[in-house]
Design a protein around this ligand. Structure first.
Ligand SMILES: N[C@@H](CCC(=O)N[C@@H](CS)C(=O)NCC(=O)O)C(=O)O
Length: 204
């Protein structure tokens, strides 16, 4: 396919958190790439071919070959473009620690945060407790959640800042970096899109 001929291609989708993680890594490394927006409600043959197992974004296509899973993409980018701006620490122990926290964000933070806007009642209450508990560290994997905070806060009727003021100061410091502020979506636009998605695809 024509698209695969570009040296670096990123398949992403709108406000997808994991796609933003890959975008920040590419921006930090100042890598030129072709971005291809994917419709997750009607998955393209390209996405299905490049990520046949999960059929999810992000997918990084490098010289026509796909790399899937955001954290694996970040590590791949870090290794291939190793000359500037290391993303992972070089010491093995610290590398293992960073991977642990990145996986924690992937497993815990994502699932708790999703339940805040997708569920209600008891399940939502549990998620509202779990989510702030799970919010800890790992800049590049965690910061894309920041532009979804307004959505979680609005659906869950709570304030992250009240529970995690240091996290918000950290997020604001991250936003001073162009790679982050240029990548993260507008929080109100995220909310409108999520509301629209919920109304269309999730039965109330
Ligand atoms: N663990 C994966 C998660 C990727 C993921 O959940 N992507 C979402 C969008 S943010 C997706 O493609 N969803 C479509 C679907 O679940 O069918 C990663 O880190 O890349």
């Amino acid at each position: 396919m024509v698209e695969k001929k570009a040296k670096v291609v990123l398949l992403g989708s709108g406000f997808g958190i994991f796609g933003m993680t890959a975008k920040i890594a590419l921006a930090e490394k100042v890598i030129k790439y072709k971005y291809m927006e994917q419709d997750l409600t009607n998955k393209s043959p390209l996405l299905q071919e490049m990520n046949p197992v999960h059929k999810k974004i992000p997918v990084l296509i490098h010289h026509g070959r796909p790399i899937c899973e955001s954290l694996i993409i970040v590590e791949y980018i870090d290794i291939v473009w190793h000359n500037n701006c290391p993303l992972l620490p070089s010491a093995l122990y610290h590398k293992a620690q960073a991977r642990f926290w990145a996986d924690f964000v992937d497993q815990k933070v994502y699932h708790a945060s999703r339940k805040i806007w997708i569920s209600r009642g008891y399940e939502q209450e549990v998620a509202k407790k779990d989510f702030p508990e799970s919010l800890k560290f790992v800049d590049v994997a965690l910061i894309p959640f920041y532009c979804w905070f307004y959505t979680y806060e609005t659906f869950g009727n709570f304030k992250v800042e009240g529970k995690c003021p240091k996290l918000i100061s950290w997020a604001k410091r991250c936003m001073q970096k162009e790679s982050v502020s240029e990548t993260l979506a507008d929080e109100r636009e995220v909310y409108v899109a999520v509301l629209d998605y919920k109304n269309k695809f999730i039965l109330n």
